[in-house]
Ligand binder design. Sequence first.
Ligand code: GDG
Length: 732
Amino acid sequence: MRSYKLVVVSNRLPVSVSKRDGELVFEASSGGLATAMSSLDQPERIWVGWPGIASDDLTAADKRHITTELAKHDCYPVYLTKEQIELFYEGYSNDTLWPLFHYFQSLTRHKDEYWQAYVSVNKLYSAAVQKVASSTSSVWVHDYQLMLLPGMLRAAIPQSAIGFFLHIPFPSFEIYRLLPQRKELLEGLLGSDLIGFHIFDYARHFLSSTLRLLGVSNQQGMLEYQGRTIKTDAYPIGIDYEKFKHTLSNPETKDAMSSLSQHYKGMKLILSVDRLDYTKGIIERLDAFKCFLDTYPKWRGKVKLIMVAVPSRTDVGTYQQLRDRIEQAVSRINGEFGTVDWTPISYQFQNRPFAEVVALYASADVALVTPIRDGMNLVAKEYIASKQNRPGVLLLSEMTGAIDELPEALSINPHNTRSVAESMNEALTMNKREQQRRMRDMQRRLKSYTVQTWGREFMGDLEATAHSRGKHYRKHMKGEHRNEVLDAYAKATSRLIILDYDGTLKDFVASPRALLAKPSLKLRRLIKRLVDDERNHVAIVSGRPKKALDKWFKGIDVTLIAEHGAWSKYDGRWSRVESGFPSTKKKLKPILEKYVSRTAGAEIEEKDYSLVWHYRNVTPELAYVRAGELKRELIHAIDDDEIGVYTGDKIIEVKPVEISKGAAASELDAIYEPDFTLVAGDDYTDEDMFRELAHQAVTVKVGPGHTRARYRLNTVAEMNQLLEELSRQKNN
Ligand code: GDG
């Protein structure tokens, strides 16, 4: 199989396969997504997904035929069995994720067999993508059925650009946390380079869940995870605006419009179009319509509610029950208010041809869009686009993503029955000029951000994010770079090795307390082996107090720099810089103490030349607020330019500005005059060393994030591994 530049993956392919009278039938759908993809400037494109037919019904020859036929449409099939469709699609996707993500907690079923099927079907998609993608491909994964796929692909083809777009809401943390597999799904999504949502609120909810559940924080929507930077952003899907405009002048549409105007002569038309789904607020809409007829009897006999409900997920029990409830509600209203020559509601439970839908949009005086929750809602946008030079009013639920872009609509809360009824009356009585004005404003917006723009913008951002990841990877110390460093080390006769401690030699522990952070026997042996080589001068340069360092490295002849350079121990004797900080410290300590008592999990670390407020164990969102407050209060309380307040990895630190690891590193360099220098560190305090010794040293940043170091190693384990290799270098 050849590999393609762009691979689009969604649960369903844009071509559906079925069997009629034993013959395979292929039907291409021209949905929004297909339009967006075909407008991308990328001819080498393939679409991976399920063709819509269970594989149990297919012979090997059928499958060959399908695969060949689909290839003509640039599609590649993933075959699913009936059982997989039941457990993965109807089960985990539509019985677990769909209700929960739309805040229907009581309709959400949690079954282990659903989850097992979800994992194994995501694996099938991953295997299919790997057949058509390579490390130079961009893969765009769509929607909630495939949330594990980005992680699986990252493991299999790590260099490829992987994007994910969620078409439904991402719920708030309070809802999302209910999901038993909440962590696995987040980890799956974090395999992406770019994660897109319809609106900013969903992105915000996602970021809060990654912070609360995985401890991964973000800066302006950018996450650092496993050595990669992941972008999250809002991309509100648009519609194919021109298509609606053109369709209006089709003979078919015109015919449908004239038969509508004849049929409903003198009648105001209120329209609703949706998939029959409990998220769409169809029952709430009917309640509001009844309330409208009760409250405004003048409209009886003069309005008609045309309700098109497209059959959807008809094999799922909840949907069958909903259908019954809707039919009963429609009959009740028609029975109660109907007369010999007027039926209030025309209910159509069927899929209408596209031209007819456009004719309905163009003819309706009011569109009634009432979802309880909706990721975006395209119907609202399509109604506006079909109203070229015609008046009309859109009633739009506040709970849709679309409301952000359509503020000129009459916004409604579908749960507030009376107010929806009032808005219906307001819509029907709004003057035509006002209607046209609102329409024009909304049309201008929809025309400038179409589904094509949406697709291009997402792909542009995906490629840019993946490109900067590539740059990041290139810094990784491996292959040729690593050999050069090992070589230079082996050749050198006087080497200086400057090592930060926490986050560089030793993984962070929950508390700053010395006992927990002490070096393992293995680490002590490693340092000792380096020190024992007489060509080496090894210095541990840390923010830790001297007492801890002394204890940890007792018996090893290593230079120790404590408290970021405030104390240094050369040849077994400690000396310190002169500073007036201890008196300032007395004044500032009560402020930090106040923030410890107000913030569960926070603690203070006191050193001779600095005070540190640690918040690693504080609930992330509280920590964010308190850290900001504390920083402001400290800055306010300090009237000395020589004292600085610093933000580190889950810490706020106050210390004299003159004391820095950079100054300490320079001093070490001046004392030893080495012909090989290695400097390794992980946080902002180490960047000072990287800057000071930029020209003469091999500088190594451990972990993610921006750095001025020449090389990067992803983890503490990788750093230890490098030191192991150095310590075993043979003499040259
Ligand atoms: C999901 C998210 C998000 C409906 N009846 C007929 C018909 N339709 C077409 C409409 C529209 C589409 O179906 C429905 O799109 P929505 O956006 O309203 O809703 P979902 O299907 O739930 O879509 C949603 C969307 O993904 C995209 O990201 O906006 O929030 O839930 O295009 O026109 N089309 C035809 N006959 C019908 O009877 N031909």
